[in-house]
Ligand binder design. Structure first.
Ligand SMILES: [Zn+2]
Length: 262
């Protein structure tokens, strides 16, 4: 009797121990998901996922420490050359065109490709009123000159096409790199496409929206015979530039004459 009881106890203990040690899922608890942290679902890739295998972006060429040779920085005559960048813009470009027409002078317009595509009538007016055209890249890419040569060429060609969609056979004399961040490779491409690299000598930084009187002061102080002056008729609020030009155009015309670079 006693030994039987002991046997039953031992048997029960054995069963209990085996039952506990049995591998397998613990009984599911109410309210907790079946996958407990103790038994994580097998991961398809236990190691950290490898980075996406998209081809790496082509490295940008370093920007040279000094400007490349051959940039046009003077007008080539005694006259001062006004250049207007980042248009055409439906608000500002007509205003500056009106001012130039009233003063009987011409200037150079450095056009962004996307803007030319959007406003072909303004491109046509610029040409019709005797101004020069300058390619200013497709979308104002500050790093364009540092990209692969084929990419530079495609950008410049695309921009010229947009300009010539507005004005077939338009003469595009110049190319100007956005921000003046030139590379020698880019100068070469521009020349191969029949455009000369147009830089500047006077930069009143009108893109930074200084008051008109500051723009006037800066241009007046820096202008010399043959200066190329950089200003903007697009890319932002240009009312200060427009106001400055109302004084600058007659002043510069009287002192030096105004004409596009040669
Ligand atoms: Zn620009």
């Amino acid at each position: 009797m006693r030994s039987r009881a002991v046997l039953a106890l031992i048997l029960g203990l054995v069963l209990l121990v085996t039952g506990c040690g049995k591998p397998g899922k613990p009984p599911a608890q109410a309210g907790s998901p079946p996958t407990a942290s103790a038994t994580p679902a097998p991961e398809p890739s236990p190691t950290p996922k490898p980075k996406r295998t998209t081809p790496p972006k082509p490295k940008l060429r370093p920007l040279p420490k000094t400007l490349p040779a051959g940039l046009q920085r003077r007008s080539g005559t005694r006259e001062v050359a006004l250049t207007f960048d980042d248009g055409p813009d439906p608000r500002w470009t007509p205003q500056i065109l009106d001012q130039l027409r009233a003063a009987h002078v011409t200037a150079t317009f450095c056009l962004i490709g996307t803007q030319a595509r959007r406003h072909p009538a303004l491109v046509a007016r610029i040409v019709r009123e005797g101004h020069q055209l300058c390619n200013h890249s497709w979308r104002h890419d500050l790093n364009l000159g540092r990209r692969p040569v084929a990419q530079i060429r495609a950008d410049l060609v695309r921009t010229n096409k947009a300009i010539r969609t507005a004005v077939p056979d338009a003469k595009i004399s110049w190319f100007r790199q956005p921000g003046g961040r030139w590379t020698p490779e880019e100068v070469t491409v521009a020349r191969q496409l029949g455009m000369r690299p147009l830089h500047w000598a006077v930069d009143p930084q009108d893109w930074d929206h200084p008051p008109a009187k500051t723009i006037i002061k800066r241009v007046t102080a820096a202008a010399r015979p043959g200066s190329i002056v950089l200003m903007h008729d697009g890319g932002g609020d240009r009312r200060q530039t427009m106001a400055a030009c109302r004084q600058l155009i007659p002043d510069l015309k009287r002192r030096y004459g105004l004409a596009p670079p040669r």
